[in-house]
Write a protein that binds this ligand. Structure first.
Ligand code: SF4
Length: 224
C-alpha cells in the first residue's frame, strides 16, 4: 500500500495508477474507519461515483473478529447508504443467525463501494463491476482490514473472492476452504446471499451458505 503501510496482500493485482484521480485513496498508517469512511465519500478513483447516490462504506465494530466482503452495494443499499440492507441483506442476516454468528459483531463491506447500474425502464439494474473498477476500489477494503485486523475474512461471491485471492479463484471449487493471508488473517469464500435469491433451489442454496458460514464460526471459536 502506498505510504509505507505493510501490504496485506500480494502485489499481483495492485490497483492501477489512476490518472487524474481527484480524491485521496488510503495510504497512511493508522487511519481509523471514521477517517476512511469520510475519505471514501470523496473518492473519484473510478467513474462509478458519478451515477451512484452515495458511497456505501463498510459498517460494524472497529474490533470485529469477522469481516464479510460482498461485491458492491445494490439498489437499496445505494439509496440507504448502508451495506446489506436489501433483500440480500435479509438472507445474510438469516444465514448468519443459523450459523451462530452475531452480525452485530461482524463488519460488513463490499469490494466496490459505489453502485454500478444501468437503467431498465424505471428500474436500476445491477451491473457487475469490471476488473479496473474492482482494482481501483481495492485500497479501501484493504484499509478497512488493516484498521480492523479481524481473525477471519469471508468473501461473499466471486467478485470479492477474486479481489482477495486472485482472478483464478473459483468459489464453486474452493468455497469453505481457508487460506492464510500474508498478515496472518484467515480468509475464505462462499456464495453471495443474492445467489440464494436467484437460485432455482433457494432452500439448497441457503443451506450451502449456512454450511460455509458454520465453518467460519468454527474458525472464529478455534485456537488463534
Ligand atoms: S467505486 Fe471505489 S474506487 Fe470507484 S469511485 Fe467509488 S470508492 Fe472510489
Amino acid at each position: 500500500m502506498p505510504g509505507g503501510q505493510a501490504e496485506l496482500f500480494p502485489p499481483a493485482e495492485r490497483p492501477p495508477v489512476i490518472d487524474g484521480a481527484t480524491a485521496p485513496v488510503p495510504g497512511s498508517e493508522g487511519l481509523d474507519l471514521e477517517t476512511l469512511r469520510a475519505r471514501a465519500a470523496e473518492c473519484r478513483a473510478c467513474d462509478l461515483y458519478e451515477r451512484a447516490t452515495q458511497v456505501v462504506f463498510g459498517e460494524g465494530p472497529e474490533d470485529a473478529e469477522l469481516v464479510l466482503i460482498g461485491e458492491q452495494p445494490g439498489d437499496k443499499e445505494d439509496l440507504a447508504g448502508h451495506p446489506f440492507v436489501g433483500p440480500a441483506g435479509d438472507v445474510l442476516d438469516r444465514a448468519l443467525e443459523e450459523a451462530g454468528i452475531d452480525r452485530s459483531v461482524t463488519y460488513v463491506t463490499n469490494a466496490v463501494k459505489h453502485f454500478k447500474w444501468k437503467p431498465a425502464g424505471k428500474v436500476r439494474l445491477h451491473q457487475k463491476p469490471n476488473a479496473r473498477e474492482v482494482a481501483a476500489c481495492r485500497p479501501w477494503w484493504e484499509a478497512e482490514i488493516a484498521a480492523i485486523r479481524p481473525s477471519v475474512v469471508c468473501c461473499l461471491g466471486a467478485t470479492a473472492a477474486q479481489a482477495v485471492f486472485g482472478s483464478d479463484y473459483r468459489v464453486t471449487r474452493e468455497r469453505g476452504t481457508f487460506r492464510e493471508l500474508p498478515d496472518g488473517t484467515w480468509a475464505t469464500a462462499t456464495i453471495h446471499p443474492s445467489a440464494v435469491l436467484r437460485s432455482n433451489d433457494r432452500e439448497e442454496a441457503f443451506a450451502g451458505l449456512v454450511a460455509d458460514l458454520r465453518l467460519v464460526a468454527e474458525r472464529l471459536s478455534g485456537p488463534r
